[in-house]
Design a protein around this ligand. Structure first.
Ligand code: G3H
Ligand code: ZN
Length: 289
């Protein structure tokens, strides 16, 4: 099954596909093992920074080998891609989708360049899905001192419709109260991000587009469920995985202070990430347990 059909099927069943960013093999193993255990599809994302570290061709080959060896629908997304050259490199390497992110540009310029990117990328691979972004959802899947004031830059439904129609993107990433990264209070579970569900519903109804929610880490579970019911098809999670990765490594070093064998230490980090991915996938796919 290709990614578009899976998204459409998930939409019918009021489920969303989980998208998890990775920057090493531990994260990829944890994401893949979770999807395999729950028997649900999953998207692995690598932003420009993550791709620079992993290698564009190398991560594409790794994901392809997992897809071919096991019966798990796993897809690869070139996340937050800011230049056409970098998008082309990912498309040529075999990525299934590209987030072409010119949201920092004025609306008209974003439309013009995204439309051009859609044409170029589809000429490389007609099946590739291109996602466009409008509005401000902050930057950086990191622990921030404070969150940006985003309420004034939420996506207007009419603007979403105009953007989707003018660019030809397959998927839209709107600004609906979501933002990248977490506060320390969110890491501790003392604060949560909240979403504008009514706005999601309006954007969906007016644009008719597949929708991605970025900045999923630290979001109230109930809001995520309502967002999916309102029309969100993909949810991106990154910071929560990075926190779990670091905590897992710290735990491994603390438990085995003299150990130097990577494959005896790293499974602890993998398990720590896996617990986060499992919880998120259960929520997005309404799997009990
Ligand atoms: O594209 C990546 C995501 O939007 C992740 O956001 O770090 O807040 O989960 P997050
Ligand atoms: Zn994002």
């Amino acid at each position: 099954m290709n990614l578009r059909s899976l998204l459409e099927e998930a939409q019918k069943n009021r489920k969303a596909i989980g998208h998890f960013n990775i920057s090493d093999w531990i994260l990829l193993k944890a994401v893949f093992a979770s999807a395999r255990e729950l028997k649900v599809p999953v998207i692995v994302g690598a932003s420009e920074g993550e791709r620079a570290f992993l290698g564009v061709a190398q991560i594409a080959v790794l994901v392809k080998s997992l897809r071919e060896e096991h019966d798990v629908p796993i897809f690869l997304n070139a996340d937050h891609t800011h230049s056409l050259d970098s998008a082309i490199a990912a498309a040529k390497a075999g990525f299934d989708s590209i987030v072409f992110d010119l949201s920092a540009l004025p609306f008209e310029e974003n439309v013009k360049q995204t439309k051009q990117a859609v044409e170029v990328l589809k000429s490389i691979n007609p099946m590739i899905l291109v996602e466009g972004e409008i509005g401000n959802i902050g930057t950086g899947s990191e622990i921030h001192e404070s969150m940006p004031e985003l309420s004034k830059v939420l996506t207007a439904p009419e603007e979403a419709k105009q953007y989707v129609e003018s660019t030809g993107v397959d998927i839209l990433a709107p600004a609906v109260g979501n933002s990248h990264g977490m506060l320390q209070a969110m890491v501790q579970g003392d604060a949560k991000k909240r979403l504008d569900i009514k706005r999601i519903r309006e954007i969906k109804s007016v644009s008719g587009s597949l929708l991605t929610l970025h900045g999923g880490s630290g979001t109230e579970d109930h809001d995520l469920l309502e967002a999916v019911a309102a029309g969100i098809n993909i949810v991106h999670i990154n910071t929560e995985l990075r926190v779990a990765w670091r905590h897992g490594l710290e735990d491994a070093f603390a438990k085995q202070p003299r150990e130097i064998v990577p494959y005896k230490l790293l499974p602890i980090a993998e398990e720590s990430v896996k617990q986060v991915v499992l919880a998120r996938l259960r929520l997005f796919n309404q799997v009990r347990g």
